[in-house]
Design a protein around this ligand. Structure first.
Ligand code: ACO
Length: 325
């Protein structure tokens, strides 16, 4: 007998060329490199060029993930782009990615769960694959978050950046007695009662404008550290594992203190926690695949490792995905 499994066949990340350092930010608002590094562990962020859109970042990451996977757009039949910053209100950025990859086949749609978007998208594509709707998916987290920022608001503008990360997910049939592989379990949650703690004050149905990010920083911090454990434990329990079995924890790269707080709450040694927030800041849905691609590229995550992806974001939404690499 065999069972259907979804594996991650390739990973890729892309950061726009332009780097905005803390020192440069300090010439724009009343802040300092010291404050930013000490409070959130961010040194610099990347900013998309004028005329460079979320779908452009997504395409770059997708190409790198496909190269790593050894596949071409012809092999893909599903594209999910997790984003809060699509090029247009519609169509979905995913359809623009599809076009830019020269594809006429398959299906493409966006998924909006803010910073949890990539984890939600991995679980969604995994379900599509396991239910027979797709065989090979590009799952992309891509953001031009800088375009939602009020660059006069020092409490938010220092925290975020632009970027994209992508994975190629693929359906395999695994013999029952073969070593386990691929996505083992996912857990997703949300609670809309918290929406005002982190939101953008614009939208097509409210103001007709894009709006800017607003955040109750300490509240977000409290929930971000507090909420992650339930989904992590739920995913571990479903697959029959405990925290001690994890080789790697790849959390949403919101900020250093949130990541350290989450790791400590789970009882994970810091060396098992992947952290890349210092070089790209909070890139929302792009942050988990950016961290993942860095850890795969430098050889830390390798075949057979047990990897937990985790994220929390506006809504609130939060989720986790357990993967045997
Ligand atoms: N530079 C210098 N000073 C600043 C800055 C800045 N960029 N921003 C705020 N301050 C000041 C404040 O005005 C305040 O000054 P005051 O005491 O004179 O009023 C002081 O610093 C302390 O502000 P607090 O808000 O109390 O600082 P706190 O220790 O709570 O840290 C922070 C603020 C870092 C934002 C924290 O609340 C946090 O990490 N929250 C989570 C934010 C986050 O990462 N959000 C990302 C999106 S959510 C997600 O992705 C899960």
């Amino acid at each position: 007998m065999t069972k259907t499994r979804t594996i991650i066949r390739g990973v890729g990340g892309y950061l726009p060329e332009r780097v905005l350092t803390n020192a440069e930010l300090a010439t724009m608002v009343d802040t300092s490199d010291e404050w930013i590094q000490q409070r959130v562990g961010i040194k610099e962020r990347h900013i998309a060029a004028e005329g460079q859109f979320t779908s452009d970042l997504a395409v770059e990451a997708a190409k790198r993930a496909m190269t790593a996977a050894g596949v071409t757009p012809d092999d893909i039949d599903l594209i999910v782009v997790a984003t809060t910053t699509p090029d247009y209100t519609f169509p979905a950025a995913a359809t623009l990615v599809q076009m830019k990859l020269g594809m006429h086949h398959g299906m493409a749609f966006d998924l909006q769960a803010v910073c949890s978007g990539f984890v939600y998208a991995v679980a969604t594509a995994d379900s599509y694959i396991k239910n027979g709707l797709a065989t090979r998916a590009l799952v992309i987290g891509a953001e031009t978050f800088s375009r939602l920022l009020d660059w006069n608001d020092r409490t938010t503008c220092v925290l975020f950046g632009d970027g994209a990360g992508a994975v190629v997910l693929e359906k395999i049939e695994l013999d029952d007695d073969a070593p386990e592989q691929g996505i083992l379990a996912s857990a997703l949650r949300s609670d809309g009662h918290h929406w005002e703690k982190l939101y953008v004050d614009g939208g097509p149905s409210t103001t007709g404008t894009t709006g800017h990010v607003h955040m109750q920083g300490p509240e977000v911090f409290r929930h971000a550290v507090g909420k992650i454990t339930d989904v992590v434990y739920a995913a571990l329990e479903e697959a029959g594992y405990t925290v001690e079995d994890l080789d790697w924890f790849v959390p949403h790269q919101a900020n250093k203190r949130i990541i350290e707080g989450a790791g400590a709450k789970l009882g994970l040694p810091p060396e098992k926690v992947i952290m890349t927030v210092d070089i790209h800041a909070n890139t929302s849905a792009a942050s988990v695949p950016l961290a993942l691609s860095a850890a795969v590229a430098d050889g830390r995550i390798k075949k057979g490792d047990l990897v937990m992806l985790e994220a929390m974001g506006g809504g609130f939404t939060w989720g986790a995905s357990l993967i045997r690499w």
